[in-house]
Design a protein around this ligand. Structure first.
Ligand code: DC
Length: 220
């Protein structure tokens, strides 16, 4: 059982994916962290961010089972991750790892940019989570403020727009809604309302596929 969740930065997809995994008793992988971990390794070694063989070699040095979310969340690493994500050979190496994770029982929730289109195109449930750039920038700026980090709304908004343009415009596996993904716009929803909507979407998708609950347990 695989649930594929895609969407732009700060759309709320990560929080939803984590909560859906706990709710349905599935494992969880934030695929953005895998790109961030490779970017971090390249930065640590002082290697350029446009050297594809170096990026592929770095994949072998990353311990994907022990990624440090707090460290990888930093802005510089996010920018570097978006830059290296345009390289096809790096994507192939990471997608192999992500598919292996998804296919390990009892299944998983994966979130990213290309889960429903490339990583798990046969996933029985696909969500595309989005919100306006302004709503996403407001949430991101509030989050940063709560961590005591400087994050001015206008700069965060400009940064998100740049990131969206790069993630949507790249030629390999761009950010895109799969034709069979259900759109969830969280602009007007708080996280609990978004979660309830996501659970309903999962249940409906599974019913439409003919399974009772697709073999899922409900943990909460
Ligand atoms: O979700 P995030 O901000 O942690 O992702 C960081 C970057 O990694 C994002 O800007 C693009 C890239 N990425 C990707 O290309 N494909 C994915 N499935 C996940 C992330």
């Amino acid at each position: 059982m695989i649930i594929a969740i895609d969407g732009p930065a700060a759309s709320g997809k990560g929080t939803l994916a984590r909560r859906l995994a706990a709710h349905f008793g599935l494992r969880y992988l934030d695929t953005g962290l895998t790109y961030r971990a490779v970017a971090d390794e390249l930065l640590r070694c002082g290697e350029p961010l446009d050297d594809e063989p170096a990026a592929v070699r770095a994949v072998a040095r990353v311990d994907f089972a022990n990624m440090n979310r707090a460290h990888l969340a930093g802005h510089r690493i996010g920018e570097a991750a978006s830059q290296i994500a345009v390289m096809p050979a790096l994507r192939t190496a990471l997608v192999d790892h992500q598919r292996g994770f998804a296919e390990t029982p009892p299944g998983a929730v994966l979130d990213g940019r290309d889960i429903g289109t490339v990583v798990c195109p046969a996933a029985p449930v696909k969500l595309f989570v989005t919100a306006t750039p302004e709503a996403r920038a407001r949430r991101r700026a509030d989050e940063m403020a709560s961590r005591g980090e400087p994050g001015h709304y206008d700069e965060v908004l400009a940064d998100l727009r740049r990131r969206d343009a790069r993630d949507t415009g790249r030629s390999v596996a761009p950010l895109a809604q799969a034709p069979d993904a259900v759109l969830l716009d969280t602009t007007e929803l708080d996280i609990d309302a978004a979660f309830r909507a996501a659970v309903d979407i999962v249940r409906q998708a599974l019913r439409a596929k003919g399974g009772q609950n697709g073999g899922l347990s409900t943990a909460t």
